[in-house]
Structure formats: structure tokens, C-alpha cells
Design a protein around this ligand. Structure first.
Ligand SMILES: C[S@@+](CC[C@H](N)C(=O)[O-])C[C@H]1O[C@@H](n2cnc3c(N)ncnc32)[C@H](O)[C@@H]1O
Length: 228
């Protein structure tokens, strides 16, 4: 894990070079192979504070059915399952490598049918209407070509009154990361994305903002929270 983080930090230092830029963009979009493992080790550590913050908005109850989209390492699938200990947690991710890794990490919960991790994209989300009490995604919305489509699917699978929480880094903060100029990434200001969520039919849409302090720079992150 320490070696992965050191390797990622080296790549970040050279991210103005286009081969490094492309490698980073691709591995954050859909991790695979050796560099995918390194990238996701890095995310498992670096994204902890924003994951904890996002989970607070969900207020997961013991009987809840919970959905995570783009679970990557799958660490927060386990945390959600601990809270929903009489319910069920599903995750979908379109990276085969991430599904394998997260299944390994959550194998005891999968065996007990408390968790299911599916190799899937969101068109459609493979669950029936009104199945989930809450849904969340951390650092995934950048990769939605037309977020209205993905939001429509999330809306469909949430129960009335169900809660959605989406974490992402603000577009101005992402400008400092050259690999995010890749056309794989779409960047948003908090209010702009909140408006898209509202347009998709969600109510009580709020945009929360938090400043994260890193050695290299301060990073502004948003959690858009909404109700079906
Ligand atoms: C930047 S990583 C974030 C991983 C993790 N959520 C975190 O923040 O540490 C994005 C993850 O979302 C997955 N992903 C991106 N777009 C997706 C989509 N449309 N459907 C399913 N998974 C997607 C990728 O495979 C990857 O595992």
C-alpha cells in the first residue's frame, strides 16, 4: 500500500506529460491491470475523509437497502453493510478488476448474501423500481456522459423518500490536475450539478461544500444530497 502511494505521487509529479496524463485519466475512469491496482490503493487512502463525509448524509438505518455506484476498492461497501446490518448492500462497477478486488474484500458478506457486487454499468441499474432506501457515489459523476440518464436510473431504483448523496471535486480544483483535461472527465461547480439533479426530478436538493487541505493545494469538494 505504501509503495502504491509513493508510485502514484511520482506519477502526479509528471502528470503534465501526455502519456502519464492519459494513464492517470484512464485508471481513474476504469481501473485495470497493474496501474489500476496502484490507482485504487491510492484512492482507498486518499478518499477516506470524503467517503466518511458522504456516508453521514445517508443516515443508513439497520433495515436499509443501500446502493453504491463505482465502489472501486469496495471498502465502503463493508462500512455500509455494518450500518445496514438487517438490510442489504449492492454495488455496481464497470471495471472487472475492481469487481474482483471488492468481491475479495467483502467475501464474507457476499457469502451471507448481505452484499452483492455486480460488474455492470448504469444503463440499466440491474435492480427493480423502488428497491433502495439510499444510494451514493464518490468521485464517479465525472464519467457520466449525460448525467440526466444516470440520475434517471438512480431515481427509478430509489424508494419514495430515498436519499441520494454524490461526492465530487469542484471543477476549479480539478484544473490543478492536468489529467482531468482528458475528455473522459466532465467537471462541475457544486451548484451547477445540484441543478442537474433537481432537473432529474429529485427534491430537497442541497449542495454541501468542504475544503480539504493537502500539502500540494487546498481542494474544494461537494456533496450533493437529494431526496426522491
Ligand atoms: C475514480 S474511481 C472512484 C472509486 C471510489 N469510489 C473512490 O472514490 O475511491 C471511479 C470508479 O467508478 C467506476 N465507474 C465509473 N463510471 C461508471 C459507470 N458508469 N458505471 C459503473 N461504474 C463506473 C470505475 O470503474 C471506478 O471503479
Amino acid at each position: 500500500m505504501h509503495l502504491s502511494i509513493r508510485l502514484m505521487k511520482i506519477l502526479f509529479r509528471y502528470q503534465k506529460f501526455s502519456p502519464v496524463q492519459n494513464l492517470l485519466a484512464q485508471q481513474f475512469f476504469k481501473p485495470s491491470g497493474f496501474w489500476g491496482r496502484i490507482a485504487v490503493d491510492f484512492m482507498a487512502v486518499a478518499n477516506r475523509p470524503v467517503y466518511d463525509w458522504t456516508m453521514e448524509f445517508l443516515e443508513i438505518q439497520p433495515q436499509d437497502n443501500v446502493l453504491e455506484i463505482g465502489f472501486g476498492h469496495g471498502i465502503y461497501i463493508e462500512k455500509a453493510a455494518k450500518k445496514a446490518d438487517q438490510g442489504f448492500v449492492a454495488g455496481i462497477d464497470f471495471s472487472e478488476a475492481m469487481v474482483k478486488r471488492a468481491r475479495r474484500f467483502n467475501k464474507h458478506l457476499i457469502r451471507r448474501k448481505k452484499v452483492a457486487l455486480l460488474h455492470n454499468d448504469m444503463q440499466p441499474i440491474p435492480y427493480p423500481d423502488t428497491f433502495f432506501d439510499c444510494a451514493f457515489a464518490v468521485n464517479v459523476i465525472y464519467f457520466w456522459n449525460k448525467p440526466e440518464n444516470e440520475l434517471r436510473e438512480i431515481y427509478r431504483v430509489l424508494k419514495p423518500g430515498g436519499i441520494l448523496a454524490l461526492y465530487f471535486t469542484n471543477k476549479d480544483s480539478l484544473q490543478h490536475l492536468p489529467f482531468t483535461t482528458s475528455n473522459l472527465f466532465r467537471k462541475y461547480a457544486g451548484d451547477a450539478f445540484a441543478a442537474i439533479v433537481k432537473k432529474a426530478g429529485f427534491t430537497k436538493v442541497s449542495c454541501h461544500t468542504r475544503l480539504l487541505h493537502f500539502k500540494e493545494a487546498d481542494v474544494k469538494g461537494h456533496c450533493v444530497v437529494a431526496m426522491k
